[in-house]
Design a protein around this ligand. Structure first.
Ligand code: BTN
Length: 330
């Protein structure tokens, strides 16, 4: 980081930490070690970049609006959470936020740390698939959790994440999300988000869980990679509107914290009910393909450990963990 950049970052950080309160030019100049005139010049530069700054003579400065661009500071400003997003690691471009997440977690990053990137050059999906993550087009984020729950309950947190994401998207006009088991978010039957959960645990204790969320936001149809064009979508394609990725991240963090705290207090049942209210094909027939068999049976819901509840070929209740499901139309 060069001198100019660090001065500017420090200034934004101080103003952001102060929230709605004013901070005097004198205090800023002393904290950063530059003249008051230099502080004033920096403010003018920030305004050129889309920050709105209120300057009151003899009282000081405060930021009244951050630009829409994603950074650790813009995400933290106005984020009303207790523990999530207190540490935010933002990179313009990374291989995968999951890779950074694992490293940060091993280095001791706290519960609630967020890693977010504008672009991923090696984004990863479930089953070793690629996850296309074009610059500025979507939310590419990983979340480090250190929950005090048994490792066998980890899948519940993936289901919780899918439910929170569905609820956040549901608040937007003309978006009716559903969740395709185990944790794809669909809009109009096309995938708009996916979740990848990875865990480091000992037999009876979780060291950390890394939840990676990819949400297609502002892609047009042409922006979507050819491989996925027929089965994927974005919020923009579905609504004809562009969305603020920064706002979506903030909404997601607030909703996630609330839901996680509730889960720790009340257990999985409320999440399970919500998940099922969004469940794609809930109560309907699906085609189940295992290694050796294929049959049609009703999708009855999810179990406490994240399995899909259905019936065997012979009509007996069963739970499936890794079957390939075909979600055909009636
Ligand atoms: C899937 O549906 O297969 C899961 C996709 C998960 C993608 C996200 S984007 C942020 C995080 N970093 C990654 O490399 N993958 C996850």
């Amino acid at each position: 980081m060069d001198k100019m950049e660090s001065t500017r970052d420090r200034l934004i950080q101080l103003l952001a930490e102060n929230g709605d309160a004013y901070i005097s030019g004198q205090a800023l100049s002393e904290a950063i070690g530059i003249s008051r005139n230099a502080v004033w010049k920096q403010m003018k530069e920030l305004e050129k970049d889309g920050y709105q700054i209120e300057a009151k003579p003899r009282i000081g400065y405060r930021i009244t609006k951050f630009p829409d661009k994603i950074s650790s500071n813009t995400l933290k400003w106005g984020l009303e959470t207790e523990w999530i997003g207190k540490t935010i690691i933002h990179h313009p471009s990374v291989d995968s936020t999951q890779a950074i997440g694992h490293q940060s977690a091993r280095d001791g990053a706290p519960h609630g740390t967020i890693i977010v990137a504008d672009e991923q050059t090696g984004g990863r999906g479930r089953m070793n698939r690629d996850w296309h993550s074009a610059k500025g087009k979507g939310m590419w984020l990983s979340l480090i959790l250190r929950p005090k729950i048994p490792p066998t309950h980890a899948a519940q947190l993936t289901l919780l994440t899918a439910t929170v994401l569905a609820e956040v998207l549901d608040q937007y006009d003309s978006i009716n999300p559903s969740i395709k088991w185990p944790n794809d978010i669909l809009i109009n039957e096309k995938k708009t988000a996916g979740i990848l959960t990875e865990m480091q645990a000992e037999q009876d204790q979780i060291q950390y869980i890394l939840i990676g969320i990819g949400l297609n936001v502002n892609q047009t149809k042409d922006d979507l990679h050819q491989d996925i064009q027929s089965k994927a979508t974005s919020l923009r394609i579905e609504t004809d509107n562009e969305f603020s990725i920064k706002n979506i991240i903030q909404e997601l963090l607030v909703a996630f914290e609330k839901s996680f705290d509730n889960y720790i207090e009340q257990g999985f049942l409320p999440i399970k009910k919500k998940w099922e209210s969004y469940g794609f094909k809930m109560g309907k027939d699906i085609v189940i393909k295992t290694f050796k068999d294929i049959w049609r049976a009703p999708f009855l819901g999810i179990s406490d450990d994240g399995a899909l509840c259905t019936e065997s070929k012979q009509g007996k209740s069963i739970s499936l963990y890794s079957a390939e499901i075909e979600w055909f139309d009636e």
